[in-house]
Design a protein around this ligand. Structure first.
Ligand code: PMP
Length: 360
C-alpha cells in the first residue's frame, strides 16, 4: 500500500512544473549604498509625485483599463509608432515571460547566450521550452553566427546583462536577416544608457520585438512597468495571451505615473546623461585600481580584479553597507556587477576599494 502511494506520488510530481527559480538581488530595508540591482539612484520625474497626490481614489472601485490605452498611446506618441504596436505589462519581466508563452512554443530550441539575463533559462524551463545557449566569445561578445541556424526563436539583451556590452544596429540586423522565419526579441532594458535602439528596425523586420522598461532609466522599478514594441500582428498575439491571464493587467496608479514619467522628457534625458557621466568616471577609477571589465554601456559595470578574491571583496563591501552583486561562474570565474549610483555613492565605494586593495 505504502509503495503504491509513493509510486503515485512520484508520478504526480513528474507532471508538476518545476524550475530552478531566479534568485533576485537583496533588497535590504536599512539605508545602505545599494549598487546590486541596477536601479536608478535618482527619484522619478517630479510630476509622478503630483500625480500620486492628486489621484482620484474613487476610481479604485473600478477595474483598470485592461488595454492601458492611456499609457500605450503615450508611448506610441513618444516613439512615433501606432498604439496597436505597443504592449504594456507589469515590468518587462512580465512582458518577456508573456513573449516566451506566446512565441516560443514551436518545440524547436530557443537560442540565447551563455552568459545573459538568467531569467530566460527560468522561463524556458518553467514553460517546458527547449533551449540552447551559444557561449559568448573570449571578449564576452555574442557570436552572431551562432544564431544563423534553425531555431524556435531568439532572445538577447542589448546591452547584454551582466556584461553591459552593447552591439550596434548592423549586428542586430544581421541576426534579423538570417532569421526571417523566427521571432527575435531584443531586450533593451538598458538601452537608454547605450546607443541606438532596435526600435528603428521595427518597420523593416516583421519578426522583431523590442522590449523596454521603466525600471532603469526612468527610475520606477517599484512601479513595475515594462513594454514591448513590434508590428500590430505580434502585439495582438501578446494581447490575446495576456487576456487569458487577466491578473497581468497593469494597475491604475502605475498607468497614471507611467504617463507622467514619459511626458517629462527633459528630466529623463538630464538624469540619463548624469548616470552616463558617472559611469565613465567610474570606469576610469576602476581601471586605476587595477580592475578589468568589458566596456560598459549600461548603468552597471561587470568587473574583476586579478589580484583580489571577488567573493571576499563582496562580503567586505557588504559588511560596510555597500551592496554589489557577486557573480561566480565555473566558466568565466568571479566578477562583481556594480550598479552606477550617484557620484557621491561611487566615491564611497572607491574610497573603500582603494583601502581594501592596498591592504591586501
Ligand atoms: N531584462 C534585463 C536584461 C534585466 O536586467 C532586467 C532587470 N533585472 C529585466 C529585463 C526586467 O526588468 P523589469 O521587470 O524591472 O522591467
Amino acid at each position: 500500500q505504502r509503495f503504491r502511494r509513493m509510486a503515485v506520488r512520484a508520478e504526480l510530481l513528474k507532471n508538476i512544473r518545476q524550475a530552478e527559480p531566479y534568485v533576485p538581488g537583496e533588497q535590504p530595508q536599512n539605508k545602505v549604498i545599494k549598487l546590486n540591482t541596477n536601479e536608478n539612484p535618482y527619484p522619478p520625474a517630479p510630476g509622478v509625485e503630483r500625480v500620486l497626490r492628486e489621484m482620484d481614489t474613487d476610481r479604485f472601485r473600478l477595474y483598470p483599463d485592461p488595454a492601458a490605452e492611456e499609457l500605450t498611446g503615450c508611448l506610441a506618441e513618444y516613439y512615433g509608432v501606432d498604439r496597436d504596436q505597443v504592449f504594456v505589462g507589469v515590468g518587462s519581466d512580465d512582458v518577456l515571460s508573456m513573449c516566451f508563452l506566446t512565441f516560443f512554443n514551436s518545440g524547436k530550441p530557443v537560442l540565447f547566450p551563455d552568459i545573459t539575463y538568467s531569467f530566460y533559462k527560468v522561463w524556458a524551463e518553467l514553460y517546458k521550452i527547449p533551449y540552447e545557449t551559444p557561449a559568448l566569445d573570449e571578449q564576452f561578445r555574442i557570436v552572431k553566427e551562432d544564431y544563423y541556424r534553425e531555431n524556435g526563436g531568439i532572445i538577447f539583451p542589448n546591452p547584454n546583462a551582466p556584461t553591459a556590452i552593447y552591439e550596434e544596429l548592423d549586428f542586430i540586423e544581421d541576426i534579423l536577416e538570417h532569421n526571417r522565419d523566427s521571432i527575435v526579441i531584443v531586450d533593451e532594458a538598458y538601452i537608454d544608457f547605450a546607443g541606438r535602439s532596435a526600435l528603428e528596425l521595427i518597420d523593416r523586420y516583421d519578426n522583431l520585438i523590442v522590449t523596454q522598461t521603466f525600471s532603469k532609466a526612468r527610475s520606477m522599478a517599484g512601479m513595475r512597468i515594462g513594454y514591448a514594441v513590434s508590428n500590430p500582428e505580434l502585439i495582438r498575439c501578446l494581447n490575446d495571451v495576456k487576456y487569458s491571464f487577466n491578473s497581468y493587467t497593469m494597475n491604475q496608479t502605475a498607468i497614471a505615473c507611467g504617463v507622467e514619467a514619459v511626458r517629462d522628457k527633459e528630466y529623463f534625458e538630464e538624469h540619463v546623461r548624469k548616470i552616463i557621466e558617472t559611469r565613465e568616471w567610474a570606469k576610469e577609477e576602476l581601471h586605476r585600481l587595477g580592475f578589468e571589465f568589458p566596456d560598459a554601456k549600461a548603468n552597471f559595470i561587470f568587473a574583476t580584479h586579478p589580484q583580489t578574491d571577488a567573493g571576499r571583496l563582496f562580503e567586505a563591501l557588504k559588511a560596510n553597507d555597500i551592496y554589489v552583486r557577486h557573480w561566480d561562474s565555473e566558466r568565466i570565474g568571479q566578477y562583481l556587477r556594480i550598479t552606477v549610483g550617484t557620484r557621491e555613492e561611487m566615491q564611497v565605494l572607491f574610497d573603500f576599494l582603494t583601502k581594501y586593495i592596498k591592504g591586501e
